[in-house]
Design a protein around this ligand. Structure first.
Ligand code: ADP
Ligand code: MG
Length: 332
């Protein structure tokens, strides 16, 4: 039985024709300049082989000249924050970038997807924020991906929101912890330096998300290509403006990623178009298709990038990561 969730190549290109959007199928079709294989299947197969051999890193985009801290936030739940965080982080790692993922959601979904132990008592983001532990003492390497380390979240973090209220400079704790890490900074640090720090936020605009917004210079908003997608965005952008004005002038919404795009529905195309009208070039050209492979990967303690590297979901996250790397950090 074929999965009804995977858009066919024909449908995908019909829907997006002339709109400037790229679907996973089109991504698979493109780049024939760089690859001998020109069909989507061959391209996907090549990605599988390259991912297995670690050869993707050899076509790596340039490393940024300083560590880029990207906050993945949207107070709405289920829009693809965690999925995008772990898969973009994994894709960056496959592209030879050195990556740190900070799980800032008490649910610990990013930790699960990256196969990192996060039962109660494991050193975690909680210790970082509440006890002032050093980030370097908390991170663990991701078993599946050599260039990726993770700061896990345990359920203890649920209490941090309240415990932090009485703490001095409570919205600054994560920023301080990240900047104090010896591998965060510019190119003078050397080979081992982190190129990207991705922070996976909880679905709320409380103190945890606030800490992330103060810590990062770049914010990425995943938007699910569904009705109501834009609802709540106003409030989110107001929060960003408030943080920028009072707490972190470096903060910018640099990236919007359309997720769970179903190329068979006119609704998804309509929502995507509306998002692009609002946000212009901030929106990545690549959209992540709705795909069962993406959603089942975490149950195997994997990202889709290793679970099924040739799937449309993996190819689009890889392409989205390339877009982010090529676009570069905003100039200060
Ligand atoms: P958030 O972190 O914003 O709450 P998640 O990343 O956990 O959202 O995604 C919500 C649900 O949607 C999860 O069950 C996830 O597996 C599923 N999901 C996310 N992206 C996709 C996708 N591209 N295709 C199919 N399912 C997806
Ligand atoms: Mg999440």
């Amino acid at each position: 039985m074929t999965s009804s969730n995977e858009p066919s190549a024909t449908t995908a290109s019909n829907v997006s024709r002339g709109t400037g959007f790229r679907t996973a199928a089109q991504i698979a079709e493109q780049d024939t300049r760089d690859y001998d294989n020109s069909t989507p299947l061959a391209r996907a197969a090549e990605h599988v082989v390259m991912a297995r051999q670690g050869a993707l890193g050899r076509q790596q985009p340039a490393r940024p000249d300083h560590t880029r801290v990207m906050v993945v936030a949207n107070q709405k739940g289920g829009v693809g924050k965690t999925t995008s965080t772990v898969n973009l982080a994994a894709a960056m790692a496959q592209l030879g970038q050195r990556v740190l993922v900070i799980d800032l959601d008490p649910q610990g979904n990013a930790s699960t997807a990256l196969n990192i132990d996060h039962h109660r008592g494991v050193p975690s983001t909680y210790d970082l924020l509440v006890d002032g532990a050093a980030l370097a003492d908390i991170t663990t390497p991701c078993p599946e991906l050599p260039n990726l380390v993770v700061c896990p979240a345990t359920i203890d973090l649920a209490g941090a929101e309240i415990e932090l209220v009485s703490v001095v400079a409570r919205e600054n704790r994560l920023h301080k912890a990240i900047q104090a890490h010896p591998l965060v900074g510019d190119s003078t640090i050397g080979e081992e330096r982190f190129d990207y720090v991705f922070i996976d936020c909880p679905p709320s605009l409380g103190l945890l998300t606030l800490n992330a917004l103060v810590a990062g210079a770049e914010m990425m908003i995943p938007i699910q290509a569904e009705y109501y997608a834009l609802e709540g965005l106003g409030q989110l952008l107001e929060t960003v403006a408030m943080v920028k004005a009072h707490l972190n002038p470096r903060l910018d919404v640099t990236t919007i990623l359309i997720t769970m795009y179903d190329a068979r529905t006119r609704l998804a195309a309509g929502v995507a178009e509306e998002v692009r009208e609002h946000f212009g070039s901030t929106v990545l050209k690549t959209m992540v298709p709705r795909s069962v492979r993406v959603s089942e990967a975490p149950s195997y303690g994997q990202t889709v990038m290793t679970y099924d590297p040739g799937s449309p979901g993996a190819l689009s996250y890889l392409e989205a990561a390339r877009e982010i790397a090529v676009k570069g950090a905003p100039t200060a």
